[in-house]
Design a protein around this ligand. Structure first.
Ligand code: R5P
Length: 311
C-alpha cells in the first residue's frame, strides 16, 4: 500500500485526515473577480502527492454556489491526476445534481449521468458519497460503470445522534416525507429501536415544483412524538409540510427534523422553525453554522469506508 494523504476543504477534510491519522493539505478555493475558479492545493512540492494514495475531500461551503462546488472539485482532481497520485479517491459527500437522474420533462439533461461521467474522466478510482439521491432508480453503481462507487449511510450518523439525544428514542415514530424515503425511515427506526417506520405520500408538480402530502397508511399519530428523516432539505417545504400535517392536522405531539444534506435554500429555516421542532439535526456533508441546528459529522463513516478500500 502507498502512503496516504488527504487534500481538500478544511472542515470535513481535516476531520477525515485526523480520523485516518494522515497528512492533510488544504485547498485554497480562489475565485477570480469574474467568477472563474482557480483552486490551489497547498502542497509544498509535487512529491507530497506523487505516487501517494490521495483522498480528495470536497465539502460544499454554506453559501457556496453548487456549480462552483462541482467545478472546483473537478479542477482539483485534474491537478492531482496530473501530479500522478497513485490512487485517487474522490469524496463528494453531497452528490450535487443527483436529483436530476432522469429526463423528467422533454429537453432536460440527465445531469446526474454527466457529473458522474466527469468524475470517471478525471481519473478517480473510487467515488465516495453519503446518502445519495440516486437510490430511487437503482444503486449508485449504475452511474459509475467504470470505477468503484460507494454510497455510505448518513442516516446511521443521524440515528446515533437521535438515539443519544432524544427522550425515549424507542417510543418515537419515524416518518419519511415521501415513499422514496421509506428505506431511510426504516434504517433510522431500526437503529434507534423504534417499532414504527412509515412514509407520507408526496406528489410534486414537475412544472411548478409544488408538493402535496398525505398520510396513507393507517398510523395513529395522535399524542405521539415523531422524528422525520430525509436526505435533503433545500427549500424546507417538504419537511415543514410533513410536520404540519402530522402535528397540526393529525395531532402528533412533537415533531423533530433530521436530514443528511443541509442545502438550506433561502427561507428554508424560517419555514422549518414555524413548525417548532424540538430539535433539528443534520450532518456536515455541507458546511452549516446555523443557530439551533445541531450538526453531527459524517467523518467517521467516510473514514471507515476509506480504510476498507485502501487496506
Ligand atoms: C426529494 O425527493 C428529496 O428526498 C427531498 O425531500 C427534497 O429534495 C427536499 O426538497 P425541499 O426541501 O425543497 O422540499
Amino acid at each position: 500500500m502507498s502512503e496516504i494523504c488527504v487534500i481538500g476543504d478544511i472542515g470535513l477534510g481535516s476531520k477525515i485526515a485526523d480520523e485516518l491519522g494522515t497528512r492533510f493539505f488544504r485547498v485554497d478555493n480562489r475565485v477570480f473577480p469574474d467568477g472563474e475558479l482557480a483552486p490551489r492545493i497547498l502542497v509544498g512540492r509535487i512529491e507530497d502527492v506523487k505516487n501517494k494514495d490521495v483522498i480528495a475531500v470536497f465539502q460544499k461551503g454554506e453559501s457556496e454556489n453548487v456549480n462552483n462546488y462541482v467545478l472546483r472539485s473537478f479542477l482539483t482532481l485534474s491537478t492531482l491526476r496530473r501530479y500522478e497520485a497513485a490512487k485517487l479517491v474522490g469524496v463528494f459527500p453531497y452528490f450535487a445534481y443527483a436529483r436530476q437522474d432522469n429526463e423528467f420533462r422533454l429537453g432536460e439533461p440527465v445531469s446526474c449521468g454527466i457529473v458522474s461521467k466527469i468524475f470517471e474522466d478525471v481519473g478517480v478510482s473510487d467515488f465516495i458519497t453519503v446518502t445519495s439521491h440516486v437510490h430511487r432508480a437503482s444503486g449508485i453503481e449504475k452511474w459509475f460503470p467504470n470505477i468503484r462507487a460507494h454510497d455510505v449511510s448518513g442516516i446511521s450518523v443521524l440515528a446515533d445522534y437521535v438515539k443519544s439525544n432524544a427522550e425515549s428514542p424507542e417510543d418515537l415514530l419515524v416518518f419519511a416525507p415521501d415513499g422514496e424515503g421509506l428505506p431511510w425511515a426504516q434504517e433510522m427506526a431500526e437503529k434507534i429501536g423504534s417499532h414504527q417506520a412509515s412514509a407520507l405520500e408526496k406528489e410534486r408538480d414537475v412544472n411548478t415544483g409544488e408538493i402535496s402530502q398525505k398520510l396513507v397508511e393507517d398510523v395513529d399519530v395522535r399524542g405521539k412524538n415523531i422524528v422525520i428523516v430525509d436526505d435533503i432539505v433545500s427549500t424546507g417545504k417538504t419537511i415543514a409540510r410533513a410536520a404540519n400535517l402530522l402535528r397540526k392536522q393529525k395531532g402528533a405531539k412533537k415533531v423533530a427534523f433530521s436530514y443528511v444534506h443541509p442545502v438550506h435554500s433561502p427561507g428554508a429555516l424560517e419555514l422549518m422553525r414555524k413548525e417548532s421542532p424540538p430539535f433539528i439535526v443534520t450532518t456536515d456533508t455541507i458546511e452549516t453554522s446555523v443557530k439551533g441546528v445541531k450538526v453531527t459529522s459524517v467523518s467517521k463513516v467516510i473514514s471507515t469506508k476509506i480504510i476498507e478500500l485502501l487496506l
